[in-house]
Design a protein around this ligand. Structure first.
Ligand code: ADP
Length: 456
């Protein structure tokens, strides 16, 4: 059996609680009202009956009833009768049973429901006239004793079901509205499942903002944004990677075919082998970078931290790129005080520095400069080392500055310069794995400066 929806359960519980609370209040009122009515009945019965007894006299062998005698007072009826039941004076209330025996001085109840009475008998004995009974009778029904109060309770009984229905409807309405975003989340998930369309959103904008379920829907949408972004990036990444690998593979295949046709020509063979070697180097560099990036995605870059002379790493990077730099007439200046040791992975960090210096050379001007500066310092973040790689080369335009960190992104105007667009994302992944930050500042046509901040 399908269990009730949360909506219905909340609404029913709401209505049920209301019913219980009102029923309790109702019962308490009724008990309080009946108790008061009974006490009130008892009191007025005694007063009226005792007063009546005082007004019944025996004179000269006859029963004489004073003018002050009151037959009815404050819901109490008085009857004076003989022992054989003959009524001498007074009125019997309607519905009072005929056969209630007399009992001197006792107050007791007779009859039920609307005809429930308290009865009180007083005996006057006289030798000449025999036994004379003065009987007081008063109803204990709340409807008779306190009609206004009784009417309120009656009204309450009529209003109660209406109140419960209203609270049930109100509860259903409120929960329906509150749970609307949840239904939308369900629908969104179903649509995404059916159509693999990650662009669907819950968009809970027309529901009351600020409640927990609305916040959940907003968070769900944010999560979908993020998943879609990652999914798109992955798709792009796979496309770009296969595209980058296709070119060298095609070249290698073509060169192999050419080689097979010209095995007897040593010069051709040599040339083809050189091309194949260059392409395979490119492929292995690409695969290496892709692997490191894939590991970074799984937070799996685990730097093998060692006390490393960072100035030495800077010198080595400058040295590694000395040849291409001098080919372009670029002068590399290293400003790194000796003996600055930091806990880094020397292999990974030298890849970062070489990549930055290599970029500085690649995108530097003929006859330009490249500065590598290492500055120890301290700030509140605890970053204690700044490494800057700055060139006075072509610079980066404002529109590209944020995108250079994306995989395979290459600034269009630098297309003819060899590169894969993986160096900077890789540098960022490595620096982040070290708990550091890397930023860029550039002015198009003037300079580019990369700054790494590391913890000491
Ligand atoms: P690659 O250099 O292999 O293309 P990178 O990820 O290292 O890939 O750099 C991405 C892009 O950023 C480059 O294609 C280039 O357009 C731009 N870029 C990087 N470094 C510099 C620099 N020092 N000066 C100007 N442009 C740069």
């Amino acid at each position: 059996m399908k269990s009730l929806s949360i909506k219905a359960r909340v609404a029913f519980w709401y209505a049920f609680s209301m019913l219980i609370v009102t029923a309790l209040i109702f019962a308490l009122l009724l008990i309080a009202g009946s108790t008061t009515a009974r006490e009130d009945a008892r009191e007025s019965l005694i007063i009226a009956t005792d007063m009546a007894v005082n007004n019944v006299k025996i004179s000269k062998g006859r029963v004489v009833i004073d003018d002050d005698f009151v037959y009815y007072m404050d819901h109490t009826w008085i009857v004076v009768s003989r022992d054989d039941g003959l009524i001498l004076s007074g009125l019997m209330p309607e519905g009072f049973p005929d056969d209630v025996p007399y009992e001197e001085g006792s107050i007791r109840q007779t009859g039920k429901g609307d005809n429930a009475f308290l009865v009180y008998d007083r005996l006057i004995e006289n030798q000449k006239v025999g036994k004379i009974w003065v009987r007081g009778m008063t109803p204990i029904d709340l409807a008779v004793r306190d009609p206004a109060f009784y009417r309120i309770i009656h009204l309450f009984m009529v209003v109660l079901p209406i109140l419960i229905c209203l609270s049930l409807a109100g509860g259903l309405l409120i929960t329906r509205r509150a749970f609307l975003p949840l239904r939308r989340i369900n629908e969104t998930v179903a649509t995404i499942q059916e159509g693999d369309d990650l662009s669907k959103r819950v968009s809970p904008d027309n529901t009351a903002p600020g409640d927990e379920i609305h916040d959940t829907a907003v968070a769900f949408d944010r999560m979908l944004d993020r998943i879609e972004e990652i999914f798109e990036k992955e798709k792009q990444f796979t496309n770009d990677a296969s595209h980058e690998l296709r070119t060298p593979t095609a070249v290698i295949r073509a060169e192999c075919e050419y080689l097979m046709e010209n095995v007897d020509k040593p010069e051709e063979v040599m040339e083809s082998a050189r091309v194949i070697h260059a392409q395979s180097m490119k492929m292995s560099a690409l695969i290496d970078q892709l692997l490191t990036l894939a590991r970074a995605d799984r937070f799996a870059i685990k730097p093998n931290l060692q006390k490393t002379d960072i100035s030495l790493l800077a010198e080595e990077a400058a040295f590694a790129l000395a040849k291409p730099a001098s080919d372009k007439g670029i002068r590399i200046h290293v400003d790194a005080p000796e003996g600055i040791y930091v806990d880094v992975d020397p292999y990974l960090m030298s890849r970062v520095l070489e990549n930055l210096v290599s970029n500085g050379v690649k995108y530097g001007k003929e006859g330009g400069n490249l500065w590598i500066t290492v500055t120890p310092f301290a700030d509140t973040d605890g970053k204690t080392l700044k490494i800057s790689v700055k060139d006075d080369g072509i610079g980066i335009e404002e529109k590209d500055i944020d995108k250079i960190w994306e995989r395979f992104y290459r600034v269009e105007s630098t297309g003819r310069i060899q590169g894969l667009g993986l160096g900077l994302p890789l540098a960022k992944a490595i620096v982040t794995a070290h708990g550091g930050t890397i930023t860029v500042e550039s002015e198009f046509g003037r300079f580019t400066e990369f700054t790494i901040l590391l913890q000491g």
